[in-house]
Write a new protein. Structure first.
Lengths: 112, 116
């Protein structure tokens, strides 16, 4: 079974731009969660989607948003990029009712 | 407020010996705990988990122990191998976050180095 895939793997943007990252979960997994990893803050939860609905949200500004499609694929969007948004963005998927999440390889975003 | 803490930033162990990685949590509403292994520029890989109704779970060379009264868990790797060298994260989930699933709270990670 294929794992979680994320595209693109690397991205370079400039301040003020917006970016969209994509995540395809493991087949059969309907929950998709997003995390941000930075050296200073570690792994922080952004939000989680289940059946196209945002079910849980972390403590991030409204510039960070996401959505989930009927095939469980998910996208996250960051608008008005800031230098501090440079990070590894990780997507994870899980089966309904299960705590264990399986992570994709991440998207490395660099904001110049 | 850091609800999950890994107080040792790094650990160095000789090949063949035991590696013990520790994790503490503050929120008693957490009821499921996981360990992940991570290499640079890759996503975390799930290793092992434990529910709060248990105090021990084993999977091959990996054993996780949970002490609920102390709000402490540990990961034992026996025997340690050079390929185990990576960053190890503990994570917690449960009703503490308002919903039971979908949100993991991570510790800051411990860099494990296993020397040949």
């Amino acid at each position: 079974k294929a794992g979680v895939t994320q595209t693109p793997r690397y991205l370079i943007k400039t301040r003020g731009q917006q970016v969209t990252l994509s995540c395809s979960p493991i087949s059969g997994h309907r929950s998709v969660s997003w995390y941000q990893q930075t050296p200073g803050q570690g792994l922080q939860f952004l939000f989680e989607y289940f059946s196209e609905t945002q079910r849980n949200k972390g403590n991030f500004p409204g510039r960070f948003s996401g959505r989930q499609f009927s095939n469980s694929r998910s996208e996250m969007n960051v608008s008005t990029l800031e230098l501090g948004d440079s990070a590894l963005y990780l997507c994870a998927s899980s089966l309904p009712g299960q705590y264990t999440q399986y992570f994709g390889p991440g998207t490395r975003l660099t904001v110049l | 407020d850091q609800q999950v803490k890994q107080n040792s930033p790094s650990l160095s162990v000789q090949e063949g010996r035991i590696s013990i990685l520790n994790c503490d949590y503050t929120n008693s509403m957490f009821d499921y705990f996981l360990w992940y292994k991570k290499y640079p520029a890759e996503g975390p890989t799930f290793l092992i988990s434990i529910s709060s109704i248990k105090d021990k779970n084993e999977d091959g060379r990996f054993t996780v122990f949970l002490n609920k009264s102390a709000k402490h868990l540990s990961l034992h790797i026996v025997p340690s191998q050079p390929g185990d060298s990576a960053v190890y994260f503990c994570a917690a989930s449960g009703v503490a976050g308002g919903t039971s699933y979908g949100k993991l709270t991570f510790g800051q990670g411990t860099i494990l180095t296993v020397h040949p």
